[in-house]
Design a protein around this ligand. Structure first.
Ligand SMILES: [Zn+2]
Length: 140
């Protein structure tokens, strides 16, 4: 979990502005994941506890998508379709979480974010993050 001394209040939004949030997050480091959805989304995210996240706009302006709704959902702007955040419950990473795409923070420069990689494609959460991308093909 991303609860360290670099965490501070940031503001995020989708492209059209229908959805806005604030989150207490360390935006200096993010992760990418090789799962089938994250690969297509291409987001750089970080994980925080739900209490550190506050949606400031009407949740009715969000659409949702998940390949495993019992674990996690992603929330997208129903108008401009940008992913606004994800949320779920995964014991391997500490239980309930919100996933904040650093891409949608309005007050950072993504070029300053260091990136590490999850092997979500193989539900290999216990392996933690790596400096290089995990292969898409299963390790033998
Ligand atoms: Zn939007």
């Amino acid at each position: 979990m991303n609860e360290n001394h670099k965490a501070r209040l940031h503001h995020g939004s989708c492209h059209c502005g229908d959805n806005k949030f604030e989150a207490i997050v360390d935006a200096s480091a993010g992760t990418q994941c090789n799962c089938t959805v994250c690969t297509k989304l291409g987001a750089t995210t970080t994980i925080i506890k739900p209490a550190a996240f506050k949606l400031l706009t009407d949740p009715a302006k969000l659409a949702t998508y998940s390949r495993m709704p019992e674990i996690a959902n992603r929330y997208f702007c129903a108008r401009c379709h940008v992913m606004v955040y994800g949320a779920g419950n995964l014991p391997a990473i500490g239980g309930e979480f919100v996933s904040v795409p650093l891409n949608v923070l309005d007050d950072i420069d993504l070029c300053e974010v260091s990136i590490a990689h999850w092997d979500g494609r193989h539900d290999n959460w216990q392996a933690g993050v790596a400096s290089k991308r995990y292969p898409v093909a299963a390790a033998s």
